[in-house]
Design a protein around this ligand. Structure first.
Ligand code: GLC
Length: 553
């Protein structure tokens, strides 16, 4: 049956941290298959699986060595086929994660390039340094340090926008583009019905110059041929099956480019992830600082994307969490007294927006940031690099550590908390402990507990997912921001064919009198995280701490 991605919800799985069936401390594909009934119970339509291809795992699989084979740590090709088949039986489709901006330096293409094979050298960006021998440009790697690595035997540098073991592919080269198309078609033939394209707006680079005012991103973000490359990939692969859904991860993108990337008839992608709303606790683009989240900015950004993407008939992916982000309940909610209320409030705000919602494993049970107390517990290459870089810049080890605790990607990568048994039921741990420590709060926060409790965060997510299928106003309605300047309330109206939906949320842990609230006559309250909402009919609503409610007429 054809799926409508506007009515769909996607569940993201980071297999390494999801479920370990062979006791080696790493999650695996069989683990994903074993949890399909849980995922079906939630009611989602797609599973986005982050990469499980052969990889040295320097960036947990985003450093691909072979796109056609499964990393034995995750399982086998038979396991993948079984997963696709079993998911299909439950009406769930698979979306695979395609990393095409770069490959692992262990990929055959790069190894041949390093042997001096001219055909494969053209797959990458090898460039001479400056006359003084320094790197070709001053660009910085997103994981810290220079984006260029010197190769003595060529007296040249190669480009890596991420880790030094992730070499950027040269999309100017038609042979690269053909290889990429073949990979997508291979997975389509296996029955994969969706693709997520990793940092895909970085693939078009042609100008290699020093960036006098920044880190180089302006030279490769939304680059000159990006739309052409995406249309070509669309036409030569996934675009040949109208039933395939695609999402592009767009790093530091502009909304104008996204009208194209995710426009209804532009022949590029179905939708985009943009991240501006998740930089409201950064200083500009600087992530490694501690600043409070700017609520006004958060609303302004979300509303700008909601309304402008709608005006241009383009589609958003809407989300708070993924494997690169801290847990949202720790970030914008409350891990303590109002843990449950705030987790539900944040879910309400996202799931009633215009776009396709993405849930990241554990979000549906309100998992929180790590409780790590020592740097040795962190695993992520970016976090470890910045722990060092921050100290090189003069911060004390303690201050650097506090920044890592708040912003580290490992906050989202601790094992899924299934139950209250040892290691949260993630692994039997027979051969090894989990690759990264389980959060100590798993006895309180775990899936088994929440499946039993009808008032849980898990069951609240279920309702939101079902509501999107039920009400066209959620999947297709227009968006009108409400209370845009209110210091506590996040609210909006959705409208479609004579129906309206009002969503309102108190973003803070204090009771708040919302004055000038919209007239709710004729509406019924269809969802909320408290038993009822107090509205006095005169435009005043008393919003309890982290209260969220949805009204429909
Ligand atoms: C994306 C991935 C991230 C990875 C990076 C490089 O941002 O989500 O996990 O490190 O690309 O591939």
């Amino acid at each position: 049956m054809k799926k409508d991605f506007r009515k769909s919800t996607v569940y993201q799985i980071y297999p390494k941290s999801f479920c370990d069936t062979d006791g080696d401390g790493l999650g695996d594909l069989k683990g994903v298959t074993s949890k399909l009934d849980y995922i079906r119970e939630l009611g989602v339509d797609y599973i986005w699986l982050t990469p499980f291809f052969v990889s040295p795992q320097n960036d947990n699989g985003y450093d691909v060595e072979d796109y056609y084979s499964i990393d034995p740590r995750y399982g086998t090709m038979a396991d993948v086929e079984e997963l696709i088949k079993e998911a299909d039986k439950r009406g769930i489709r698979l979306m695979f994660d395609m990393v095409f901006n770069h490959v692992s330096t262990r990929h055959e293409w790069f190894r041949k390039a390093m042997e001096g094979d001219p055909y494969y050298k053209e797959f990458f960006f090898f460039r001479k340094g400056k006359p003084d021998g320094s790197a070709p440009t001053n660009w910085e790697s997103k994981f810290g340090g220079s984006a260029w690595e010197y190769v003595e035997k060529f007296d040249e540098y190669y480009l890596h926008l991420f880790d030094v073991t992730q070499a950027d592919l040269n999309w100017e080269n038609e042979n690269v583009r053909k290889e990429v198309q073949n990979i997508v078609r291979f997975w389509m033939d296996k029955g994969v019905k969706g693709f997520r394209f990793d940092v895909v707006n970085l693939i078009s680079k042609s100008c290699f110059e020093d960036d006098e005012t920044g880190d180089g991103r302006k030279y490769y973000t939304d680059g000159p041929k990006i739309h052409q490359y995406l249309r070509e990939l669309h036409d030569m692969s996934f675009g040949q099956d109208a039933d395939i859904v695609t999402v592009g991860e767009m790093s530091s993108t502009s909304i104008e480019n996204c009208y194209q990337y995710a426009g209804q008839d532009t022949g590029e992608l179905s939708m985009v992830f943009s991240f501006h709303h998740l930089k409201v606790d950064f200083m500009g683009n600087e992530k490694w600082v501690l600043v409070p989240a700017d609520f006004q900015k958060l609303k302004d950004i979300i509303f700008e994307w909601q309304t402008k993407m709608a005006e241009h008939n383009a589609w958003n992916a809407v989300f708070w969490c993924n494997h690169d982000q801290p847990r949202v309940v720790s970030r914008f909610g409350d891990e303590g007294k109002y843990w449950k209320e705030s987790a539900k409030m944040l879910a309400t705000v996202i799931h009633c927006l215009r776009g396709t919602p993405y849930i990241y494993q554990g979000e549906e049970i309100g998992m929180t940031n790590t409780d790590f107390t020592d740097i040795s517990q962190f695993r992520d290459v970016e976090s470890l690099n910045y722990y060092r870089i921050l100290q090189e810049k003069g911060l004390s080890a303690g201050d650097a550590f506090r920044i890592i605790q708040v912003h580290s990607r490992d906050n989202g990568r601790t094992p899924m908390q299934w139950d209250d048994s040892a290691y949260a039921g993630f692994t039997s741990g027979e051969k090894n402990e989990p690759w990264i420590a389980v959060n100590g709060n798993y006895r309180k926060i775990n899936a088994a507990e929440q499946m039993k409790d009808k008032d849980s965060v898990f069951h609240y997510y279920r309702k939101l997912i079902a509501l999107r299928k039920e009400l066209d106003v959620i999947s297709s309605g227009s968006v009108e921001p409400l209370a845009q300047k209110d210091p506590s309330v996040f609210a909006y109206r959705r409208s479609c064919e004579g129906h309206d939906l009002i969503v309102a949320a108190n973003f803070y842990g204090k009771e708040y009198l919302w004055k000038g609230a919209p007239d709710l006559s004729g509406y019924s309250r269809i969802l909320g995280n408290y038993a009822g909402t107090q509205a006095d009919g005169d435009g005043n609503i008393v919003m309890k701490p982290y209260e969220a409610a949805v009204w429909y007429r």
